[in-house]
Design a protein around this ligand. Sequence first.
Ligand code: S3P
Length: 198
Amino acid sequence: MAVSTISSTIRDRAVLPKRIVLTGFMGAGKSTLGALLAQRLGWTFVDLDEEIVRAQQRSIADIFTSDGEAVFRELERVALARALQQEKIVLALGGGAIETEANRQLLGEDRPTLLLYLEAPLDELMARCEQQMLKKNAARRPVLEKRSELAERFRRRRPLYESAHWTVHTTGRNPEEIVAAVLAQWKQTQWIESTENG
Ligand code: S3P
């Protein structure tokens, strides 16, 4: 099964999600798969990093260099709170957004948001990032540049990623196959319409 676990929260309530949020480490495919999934659902794709860049009028690497990671995380939190007010969106988080407790609270608040973890082993993620960096105009990833900290960051984040509602194994599958598996799971799930606002 490409889409494995559904957490008890979703299984018990099975409330039709108003948005899908993609999480996972750098190189997991959050932006590529998010755009494809949004297209298939007829929803809007939102990339959290791009929202920050647009609001700040500077690159993520510039924010890290001038102001440091803590400032970036605060901008990320504000952008997430704003993005989650929208419905019918597929939202790609940055790989570190899940580490901020306030973000996890926002994602877990009582509003129907389906959190998907795009899973792959660290060596494969790094290989994918290397490939992406070869592309013209590829955005610099300051966290990727701190090589010595990567394994530790991955280890720290993994249980947080794994608390997502669905875990999607991406190894050996192309984007079309992964999105097809997610949509199949989406159709199989017995969603109930929510009467709550959120
Ligand atoms: C980061 C991942 C990046 C971006 C920032 C920090 C991280 O997003 O948010 O450079 O801490 O892992 P991607 O996961 O889309 O590369």
